[in-house]
Design a protein around this ligand. Structure first.
Ligand SMILES: [Zn+2]
Length: 507
């Protein structure tokens, strides 16, 4: 089977687990999201895109490769197709195993087809008696990737078109602005015809590729510097979603396909003599199922910040300090915003999913070899992702101390996070007892997550600066680090306060 299931049966949430989510986890998570929305933003993030780094080690290049392959399988916006990927020996063959946030079986099949077509371009070149020049391979890959990603790419192009117009309108008559306006107009002319309904036609895709080339040609030009300077200005003036930063972001997203292609070609030369691009399988892990509708995960009546902070772990003194800090934030109408966010979420319904990187990690843990290095390509224990890790996933992997490495995270939290589902084998004896133990382990993990979420809440309350990032995409995938020991959950002292003074570095 090409769709892999985690072996065993899911242990369904019981009333106690539901109660813990309702009391200990989701309220604190909502408070954290709300605080990050209302507090002023922290320092500006790094530039969203950078070209492939030629000085990467081969292991780092492999990490980048997995991130790029995940990216090109993330066909659509809105999060359902966010993808994670690893390469392991499975049934005696190197196997690309990927998982997505929410893809049904037919969508998983399509994604496997897409990956297969992309990898087969590289395979054919390696097996051919005379090799094609890199430019030809790059062109083929670009065409294939843009074809599979046509929905997402079209939305980028529409956004780019709109923001180009808005930025041109903002250019005044100074010499710099006039020159920038001309450059922007040229870029606008390079856009494919967005009224063309044949977005999978060769002509349309070739036009898109030319537009991306035009964006690339603009890198390191005075126009790009002008856009970057205006974008930084938007940030400093706290203009959320300013046209200049939007323009910079969306141009970077389109350009990232070009960088993906360059990484793929470089990687196929680097590992030309291995089976990585010559003899491989492709498998996908089944996405998680929603919790049953009767699982009541959020109280209908919104809670105040004080009520939520009353349940923070630690001492009374800590809780008093947190509540005092929260009271200071009434100048931003903390409780009013919290109530609105809560009510909206209660109405929409809490539908948490197992994020794709946790899903893939759980599949690894529950199959032969677990996360031992010998089963991974070159022994490199890495799970690539199409997006940087969300805050909750980073916290989770840090809390469980996995030896697997991941892409660097971003500070945003989402309200759809859930812990991995516990499984038990139906064949073994003592199922009820094993279910009980699995639930206990889940509760312990939830307790750790609770401590980490409250520590994050405390950090924002104390600093009164949001850990906030407008776009959660970036392509600075050459930044590689383990989440272990660097979870980004605030300082160690803070965490220790909320985890009962344990030695964080040792966990
Ligand atoms: Zn996540």
């Amino acid at each position: 089977m090409s769709v892999l299931d985690i072996p065993g049966e899911i242990v369904p949430l019981d009333k106690e687990q539901q109660g813990k989510l309702r009391r200990d986890f989701h309220p604190a998570e909502l408070l954290l999201v709300c605080l990050n929305q209302i507090c002023p933003r922290g320092p500006q993030q790094k530039p969203a895109d950078s070209p492939p780094n030629p000085n990467q080690s081969s292991e780092e290049l492999f990490h980048t490769l997995l991130n790029k392959l995940s990216q090109v399988l993330d066909f659509e916006s809105k999060g359902n197709t966010i993808t994670s990927m690893t390469v392991v020996k499975y049934e005696e063959k190197f196997t690309y195993v990927f998982a997505s946030n929410q893809r049904k079986t037919p969508a998983l099949k399509k994604a496997r087809e897409g990956l297969s077509e992309i990898l087969n371009i590289l395979k054919s070149n390696l097996e051919a008696s005379s090799k094609e020049p890199d430019t030809v391979i790059e062109e083929r890959l670009m065409h294939k990737i843009l074809w599979w990603n046509h929905v997402r790419v079209r939305s980028y192009l529409q956004f780019l078109s709109k923001e180009l117009q808005r930025c041109m309108e903002r250019c005044d008559s100074t010499p710099d602005a006039t020159a920038a306006k001309e450059g922007l107009a040229k870029l606008a002319q390079s856009l494919p015809d967005l009224t063309d309904s044949k977005e999978k036609s060769d002509a349309y895709i070739q036009a898109t590729a030319r537009c991306i080339q035009a964006i690339q040609a603009n890198r390191n030009t005075p126009l790009q510097k002008y856009i970057s300077a205006r974008s930084a200005d938007d940030h400093n003036k706290l203009i959320k979603g300013g046209s200049w930063s939007n323009l910079q972001h969306v141009a970077g997203r389109l350009l990232s396909y070009r960088y993906a292609v360059e990484v793929l070609v470089h990687a196929h030369h680097t590992w030309a003599e291995t089976d990585l691009f010559r003899d491989f399988e492709i498998k996908s892990v089944r996405s998680s199922e929603p919790y049953p509708a009767e699982a009541n995960l959020l109280n209908a009546v919104p809670e105040t910040a004080d009520l939520i902070l009353n349940r923070a772990p630690g001492s009374d003194k800590n809780r008093q300090a947190l509540k005092k800090n929260a009271a200071d934030l009434e100048k931003y109408e903390l409780n009013k915003h919290l109530e609105q966010l809560w009510a909206a979420k209660a109405q929409e319904g809490m539908r948490p999913i197992v994020h794709c990187e946790i899903l893939l990690h759980s599949w690894l843990l529950s199959t032969d070899g677990g996360v031992q290095s010998h089963r991974f390509f070159q022994g490199w224990r890495y799970i690539g992702t199409s997006k940087p890790l969300c805050r909750m996933c980073t916290e989770y992997f840090t809390a469980i101390s996995t030896p697997v490495q991941f892409r660097a995270g971003h500070p945003n939290s989402y309200l759809n996070f859930r812990l991995p589902d516990p499984y038990v084998s139906p064949k073994q004896n003592g199922k009820v007892q094993r279910q009980k133990e699995a639930r206990q382990r889940w509760c312990e993990d939830l307790g750790k997550m609770k401590g980490r979420v409250y520590a994050s809440v405390a950090k924002v309350l104390e600093e009164k600066v949001a850990e906030w990032k407008r776009f959660d995409s970036n392509t600075y995938t050459d930044r590689v680090k383990s989440v272990n020991g660097d979870g980004g959950a605030g300082d160690v002292g803070l965490l220790a306060r909320f985890l009962g003074g344990v030695n964080i570095k040792g966990t």
